[in-house]
Design a protein around this ligand. Structure first.
Ligand SMILES: [Zn+2]
Length: 380
């Protein structure tokens, strides 16, 4: 499931690409994915311009000039892919020899649009993605194409066949295209669109398209008056954003103390306490602060709360910087290039040595979730 950092990656990418664009046409194939009536679409969506792309927890909001907002939840397998064939968006040198299987991809001939990081190619060789943004493939040394494939399907699956197959698949994608996709990392991020996972297609007046793809159809896109968005049940209940600059350590501690009798891990995962902390970030933050996940919130000291506050923010910031962390299921199935997971200290590292004390990391179960700890650094 795309976590907060992946959703933030989507927001940042779209905010650079679609603000100011005017919607010309909208089509959808599934009322569950897009429940609005044709009338709503005609009145409030078609003809509207994009004003801003916002995020709250894992919910994306595309604000429109009609004072309506498209509210989007990617859920398990949702992704948003922007594709533009505009000649002024691409340089003729752009090529699509391959494309990354990650939570975020950008393909563009432009090198000065802020989306393509000049250091990306360098970092690619370390399996690291910069800012959740992949470089153009023209930036990547030929040798690295194999490395990209190496992170693909589970195990040592970087075969010539994989590379060749991907090259063929991408041959269907035009050379003069700007492409940004993020969310669930699968082939729809890089292949020809629409495809069978496409639920909604938004066509802009400059002929660029935004595709909402969702294999499993749990995600949704809803059009509603902007003023009503904050009244959605979820929005009223969800806790503060951990990365907001005005979110203080004192507030952090106060939010948690409402759950004094629960375990700290359960409280971290409780979206009404604080927004957007998934299982990975809970385990990583607790390890960083040397707090055992089964400790009751009421037993956590002021000093530990302060440390946890900083750990949560550090872990989430780093993950956003790396373009998020994809769930292992996706990694096994599709592979990926670099993500926060490469930097994780305990999450899915059971059996490996703790980078702080050298003892073995173990996997246990807390708050009904698989939980990774160092039993020496994190004592009950
Ligand atoms: Zn340790």
């Amino acid at each position: 499931m795309p976590e907060l950092p992946e959703v933030e990656t989507v927001r940042r990418g779209l905010n650079k690409l679609i603000v100011g664009l005017k919607i010309k046409q909208v089509s959808s194939d599934n009322p569950r994915s897009f429940p609005n009536s044709e009338n709503d679409v005609r009145l409030f969506l078609v003809g509207a311009s994009i004003k801003a792309v916002r995020r709250r927890a894992k919910v994306l909001m595309i604000d429109l000039s009609t004072n309506y907002t498209l509210v989007i939840h990617l859920k398990m397998t949702g992704q948003l892919v922007f594709v533009s064939h505009h000649s002024d968006r691409s340089a003729s040198s752009a090529s699509h020899a391959d494309a990354p299987h990650t939570g975020a991809t950008v393909e563009s001939g432009r090198s000065n649009d802020g989306l393509v990081e000049s250091t990306a190619a360098k970092n690619m060789s370390q399996g690291v993605m910069v800012g959740g943004v992949a470089p153009t493939f023209t930036d990547i040394p030929k040798d690295d194409e194999r490395k990209v494939g190496a992170n693909r399907p589970a195990g040592p699956a970087s075969t010539e066949t994989d590379v060749q197959r991907d090259e063929q698949k991408n041959a269907t994608v035009s050379a003069n295209e700007t492409r940004f996709g993020a969310g669930h990392p699968n082939d729809s991020l890089i292949g020809k669109l629409p495809d069978k996972s496409t639920r909604v297609k938004i066509n802009f007046s400059d002929e660029a398209n935004l595709f909402f793809n969702d294999q499993r159809k749990f995600g949704w896109m809803k059009l509603m008056p902007t003023a009503e968005v904050s009244n959605i049940d979820f929005m009223r209940k969800v806790g503060p954003e951990p990365l907001e600059s005005n979110f203080s350590p004192e507030q952090f501690q106060q939010r948690f103390l409402r759950r004094a009798r629960t375990t700290i891990k359960a409280a971290l995962l409780d979206q009404t306490v604080i927004a957007g902390i998934g299982n990975i970030y809970a385990d990583e933050s607790l390890w960083m602060s040397q707090v055992h996940p089964s400790r009751l919130v009421g037993s956590i000291t002021d000093k530990e709360f302060d440390s946890l506050y900083h750990s949560v923010r550090d872990v989430m910031s780093l993950s956003i910087e790396k373009g998020g962390s994809t769930d292992r299921n996706y990694v096994d199935a599709e592979g990926k290039r670099g993500s926060y997971m490469d930097f994780a200290n305990v999450f899915r590292r059971e059996g490996q040595a703790c980078s702080r004390c050298g003892n073995e990391i173990i996997k246990t179960r807390v708050a009904g979730r698989g939980t990774h700890i160092c039993p020496i650094c994190q004592v009950l």
